[in-house]
Design a protein around this ligand. Sequence first.
Ligand SMILES: Nc1ncnc2c1ncn2[C@@H]1O[C@H](COP(=O)(O)OP(=O)(O)O)[C@@H](O)[C@H]1O
Ligand SMILES: [Mg+2]
Length: 261
Amino acid sequence: MAQFMTPEKSSLIKNITHFTPNVNDYHPVIIRLEEISKVYGQGDTVVHALNNINLTIEKSEYCAIMGASGSGKSTLMNMIGCLDSPTSGRYYLDKIDVSGLSETELATVRNQKIGFVFQQFHLLPQMTALENVILPMVYAGISPSERRDRATEALERVGLGHRINNKPNQLSGGQQQRVAVARAIVNQPVLLLADEPTGALDSQTTQEILDLFTELNQSGMTVVVVTHEAEVARNSGRIIWFRDGQVIYSHLSPDELHSVI
Ligand SMILES: Nc1ncnc2c1ncn2[C@@H]1O[C@H](COP(=O)(O)OP(=O)(O)O)[C@@H](O)[C@H]1O
Ligand SMILES: [Mg+2]
């Protein structure tokens, strides 16, 4: 089309296209997956865990990822969390092309930008709640006194200011998961990733964790949660539905969930 335009018109269009990306300042993309595939094994045992995924998630979104067991949800989370690299495709995290980074660089990105929460809490049993939350800051090179202050503050934020010196076995499942959330947010990540975070919790404590996620999201954190529980997914703003390593629905609203379950 450009070849039919006068030079003046084409330069005007250039200016307009230059101007348009400013719209993105209000909805910056934090996760951009381009044709991401992950293949495990080879020959007869080959598994296409992720099959050509294209997906974007904007800053401050709260997404839930759902789909049958084995559909690739955890593989996707490991990819988004820079714990694993794709077999092919590109991944941009907060505008950084992480597909090209070394192991050491990936570890730095993980430490600075991402907080993880898992179903089984993964707290170190011999350490207190405070020591568990301090741990990610040791790698981030923060001074010991500041580490202590920030860990205490993070534990207060999750409602555990009175239990900082307890070890995991002195805490309930819900409290342990809140320690894990405090540990995940203590380095002030842009992204909180949670894989089945309420899978080991009863419904009362599930609600406490969901309230916490809502509050963190409202304070501007991007939250991505993998779950098989409709109640957990409905707490988010957007549901991404997986099947056989592919995104079947990328933007389901919580109200639309009943039509696919
Ligand atoms: N490390 C691995 N080696 C081989 N196959 C794997 C590995 N991790 C996952 N898979 C396979 O990839 C597919 C997707 O797994 P996963 O991402 O764990 O699914 P989900 O979390 O949705 O249950 C499954 O078929 C699973 O068996
Ligand atoms: Mg899984």
